[in-house]
Design a protein around this ligand. Structure first.
Ligand SMILES: *[C@@H]1O[C@H](CO)[C@@H](O)[C@H](O)[C@H]1NC(C)=O
Ligand SMILES: *[C@@H]1O[C@H](CO)[C@@H](O)[C@H](O)[C@H]1NC(C)=O
Ligand SMILES: *[C@@H]1O[C@H](CO)[C@@H](O)[C@H](O)[C@H]1NC(C)=O
Ligand SMILES: *[C@@H]1O[C@H](CO)[C@@H](O)[C@H](O)[C@H]1NC(C)=O
Ligand SMILES: *[C@@H]1O[C@H](CO)[C@@H](O)[C@H](O)[C@H]1NC(C)=O
Length: 337
């Protein structure tokens, strides 16, 4: 049995320790609330947490509280499913003959069928957030945010990022979107050349993806003055961002002009950490690279995904040539039709 004096000392130490721990917790809470109050808008608390700061990370997160210093045409977009609309900022239609040119205020948008499909899935599964890889000017990103879900939006081309940035401000949804200005690749922190398509901004592709044998890394200097030099990250570099935003389960759209395999090559931790029951993928350019096709198929099949058309028909593994240019990988217990 302890003598009374020792017992008193122990009680005292516990008492002081408790005060210190309480103080620490209270300070953390104040820090958290301060960050929340400072966020640009406050429709919803989730997503409005503090910014990830990590000097060794190559991830570039757009700060929506900053002004956008370029002007371009912005408009309200068509209402889908009788309820959901947003804002979009476009290029001159002669410079972007597919995506920008398809937007007519209140009557048409880019890939309306695809956006509507994603909205229906989000409505049917209220626990799902959205990951938009290759966001372009933000068509899918803005509608998913209009529905109230958290959106991780990845886009490497600065002029596209500026347009999403402005649309996010106009729609006041900055607290639900993390916009990342990087290209996904197998290595982080490289500067790579993006092709320049004068008529179709959305068709621009990494040289490293389409001409792997002639592309070489560039320097940071070149990226400062040239939007066609983009900085790479691995998809897994975004794990801390997703954790911080409280993501648990999300569906994904991947449309990055031949770079699609890089997402899974450097993204297995994200697929291991979160439930991702559906991945809408563009197959058009990546399909001509047999090694990357194998990488993608191995990755998804090992993780219990099946390839399905947008009408939910199973695609045959022995008929790769017949696979469409866009389809969905879905988990076996998940249906979207
Ligand atoms: C910082 O980022 C690097 C590279 O993404 C990562 O390896 C490291 O764990 C991060 N550190 C912290 C403290 O988050
Ligand atoms: C716009 O210009 C201001 C002032 O130079 C700068 O602080 C801000 O970062 C710029 N915005 C963006 C999005 O680069
Ligand atoms: C790069 O590889 C492609 C196909 O593998 C080949 O057709 C092309 O000639 C190569 N280009 C150079 C510059 O080596
Ligand atoms: C980048 O620019 C800085 C300052 O202008 C210069 O000192 C440096 O040598 C440049 N680096 C390269 C690789 O061009
Ligand atoms: C499918 O299975 C996974 C893993 O068992 C589970 O986390 C997920 O909730 C299931 N999804 C549906 C729609 O049942």
């Amino acid at each position: 049995m302890l003598p009374t004096s020792k017992l008193l000392v122990l009680v005292f130490i516990h008492f002081i320790g408790g005060i210190l721990i309480g103080h620490f917790i209270a300070n953390n809470r104040v820090l958290y609330e301060t960050n929340f109050v400072l966020s640009p808008s406050s429709i919803e608390s989730r997503g409005a947490l503090k910014r990830t700061q990590n000097s060794t990370s190559h991830v570039v997160i757009v700060d929506f509280s900053k002004p956008v210093n370029v002007t371009f045409k912005c408009m309200k977009t068509k209402t889908l499913l009788n309820y959901f609309n947003s804002h979009i900022c476009v290029y001159d239609s002669q410079k972007d003959i597919y995506v920008s040119n398809s937007f007519r205020e209140s009557t048409s948008i880019w890939e309306e069928e695809g956006v509507t499909r994603i909205l229906r899935v989000l409505l049917r599964y209220p626990h799902l957030d959205f990951i938009d890889i290759g966001a372009n000017i933000g068509t899918y990103t803005m509608y998913a945010a209009a529905l109230g879900r958290f959106v991780l939006s990845i886009e490497c081309f600065g002029p596209n990022v500026d347009r999403i940035h402005r649309a996010v401000q106009l729609a006041d949804v900055g607290n639900r979107i993390a916009l990342i200005q990087n290209a996904l690749y197998t290595k982080s922190g490289e500067y790579l050349k993006l092709s320049n398509d004068a008529l179709n901004v959305g068709g621009q592709e990494l040289d490293a993806a389409m001409k792997p044998n002639i592309s070489k890394p560039l320097s940071q200097n070149q990226s400062l003055s040239n939007p066609y030099v983009v900085k790479t990250i691995q998809f897994d570099d975004l794990l801390p961002v997703l954790r911080e935003r409280g993501l648990r389960s999300a569906i994904m759209k991947v449309d990055i002009e031949g770079s699609e395999s890089f997402v899974v090559e450097a993204g297995s931790q994200i697929f291991d950490s979160f439930d991702i029951p559906m991945v809408q993928i563009e197959w058009l350019k990546v399909r001509v690279f047999p090694k990357r096709v194998n990488t993608l198929i191995d990755f998804f099949v090992k993780r219990n995904y099946e390839p399905r058309t947008f009408q939910c028909q199973l695609l045959a593994m022995n008929e790769l040539a017949k696979w469409p240019n866009d389809f969905c990988w879905t988990k076996k217990n998940f249906t979207f039709c």
